[in-house]
Write a protein that binds this ligand. Structure first.
Ligand SMILES: NC(=O)c1ccc[n+]([C@@H]2O[C@H](COP(=O)([O-])OP(=O)(O)OC[C@H]3O[C@@H](n4cnc5c(N)ncnc54)[C@H](OP(=O)(O)O)[C@@H]3O)[C@@H](O)[C@H]2O)c1
Length: 247
């Protein structure tokens, strides 16, 4: 997909990876709308990039997803790219800790239910555009789960699977389906300071956006590129190595 000349909606686009992608779409000459739950973060992003359009929306809520789709397609009839980026990561020991089901449910709603529902809400509109794309942000942990975040990894593996099916189903239409597979990237994911060991955000975003612009449909970076291309045997070895200290 080309980065220029689009009208793009990025969920969770006021900070982190979403904002980095939004900034690059803007710089390439696309119109960009970002949504998120925190008004102050949206305002900050708008102040930094006066051309940015913003909308408060909690994608975990079905009613808010419906309103978002209705508003975005009405206000931006040329909208042709949906980036399902919003996500949370909870580190939880499901075996030894009891926790309210609502927390697990919210993680599944944000990371999996929302992108699937938004795809289904936007596909009819996207199909009417001469060129269009859906970009789903999964994770290297979709390919090799980390046991400290079991629900997160399951949602990302499921989103990877859904993305493959959707790409196949839309292959004869104007809608390309792209998957960005980030490795650990230095953002606030899971809470401030948990991902400082990750890849620098700008380096990661420049690389994946460049490869998307060249037409690649599944794009990783660093370790996630390795995981994405690994054999089952190699992934089993990565799994043991990554998780041995949690047993
Ligand atoms: N950073 C990594 O190491 C890494 C690795 C692999 C995959 N990823 C994936 O990359 C995506 C972006 O993560 P990030 O690293 O940029 O994390 P981040 O810095 O925590 O940003 C997440 C963004 O999503 C928004 N968001 C969260 N819940 C939302 C909701 N219910 N409705 C609307 N927006 C919501 C947040 O804004 P509000 O809180 O204001 O809503 C925030 O702008 C996620 O899907 C994540 O799983 C990240």
């Amino acid at each position: 997909m080309k980065l220029a000349g689009n009208t793009v909606l990025v969920t969770g686009g006021a900070s982190g990876i979403g904002l980095a992608l939004a900034e690059r779409f803007l710089k390439a000459g696309s119109t960009v709308i970002v949504c998120g739950r925190r008004e102050d973060k949206l305002k900050e992003a708008r102040q930094k990039h006066p051309g940015l359009h913003t909308r408060v929306c909690d994608v975990a809520q079905e009613a808010e997803r419906l309103t978002l789709a209705e508003w975005a397609t009405k206000e931006f009839p040329g909208l042709n790219v949906l980036v399902n980026n919003a996500g949370i990561q909870r580190r939880v020991n499901l075996v030894d800790e009891q926790e309210a089901w609502g927390k697990t449910q919210q993680e599944i709603a944000i990371n999996l239910e929302a992108p699937i529902h938004l795809c289904s809400l936007f596909v009819p509109h996207l199909r009417e555009q001469p060129t269009a794309a859906i970009v789903n942000v999964t994770s290297g942990l979709a390919f090799t789960p980390a046991v400290f975040a079991p629900v997160y990894c399951a949602t990302k593996a499921a989103l990877h699977s859904f993305t493959m099916s959707l790409r196949y189903l839309l292959s004869k239409t104007s809608v390309e389906v792209v998957e960005i597979v980030p490795p650990a990237v230095n953002t606030a994911l899971g809470g401030t300071g948990l991902h400082t060991f990750g890849a620098p955000l700008d380096e990661f975003a420049d690389s994946v956006m460049g490869r998307m612009d060249s037409g690649e449909l599944e794009v990783g970076f660093g370790t996630s590129e390795v995981r994405r291309n690994a054999s089952r045997e190699e992934n089993d070895a990565f799994f043991q190595e990554m998780n041995s200290r949690w047993a």
